[in-house]
Design a protein around this ligand. Structure first.
Ligand code: RB5
Length: 150
């Protein structure tokens, strides 16, 4: 399992704990920045992580900014990306079972390190259920392509 991680200057505060946590689970982490706590722009890192997933360099992605909102909005503009911003483990689990999310985002100003690890755990353990949920994902893809018909 390979996970690409990206974060802005605010997410930088939390990234070390999350990378360590993943590596202790023998997950390969591809660290795509930011380089420091110097102010930067979160879309850069959302785009890097999305590209790593789309090129199959990574299986999944994790994004961290202040709230998780901006960075997940940016990621969701990328083809093939289903990013969820979560501050609770239940939503993280359901986001994979029902929505087959391939990026998990959270906010370093919203969740602490221990809660973030629980969210990551639930997200990683959950499996996509397919079936009627795949139909809806196909509809989302059709919306993105401008080909959706009710
Ligand atoms: C940066 O100040 C902040 O806006 C960013 O980390 C994030 O919270 C945006 O959604």
């Amino acid at each position: 399992m390979k996970i690409a991680i990206g974060y802005d200057h605010v997410g930088y505060i939390l990234k070390k704990d999350i990378i360590e946590y993943l590596e202790n689970k023998n997950i390969t982490v591809i660290d795509l920045g930011a380089p420091s706590t110097e102010r930067t722009d979160y879309p850069i890192y959302a785009n890097r992580v999305a590209k790593a997933i789309n090129s199959k360099e990574a299986d999944l992605g994790i994004l961290i900014c202040g709230t998780g909102i901006g960075i997940s909005i940016a990621a969701n503009k990328c083809q093939g990306i289903r990013a969820v911003v979560c501050s609770d483990p239940y939503s993280a689990k359901l986001s994979r079972e029902h929505n087959n999310t391939n990026i998990l985002a959270f906010g370093s100003r919203v969740v602490g390190s221990e809660l973030a690890k629980m969210i990551v755990d639930q997200w990683l353990m959950a499996k996509f259920e397919g079936g009627r949920h795949q139909t809806r994902i196909d509809q989302i893809d059709a919306i993105q392509k401008g080909e959706f018909h009710e």
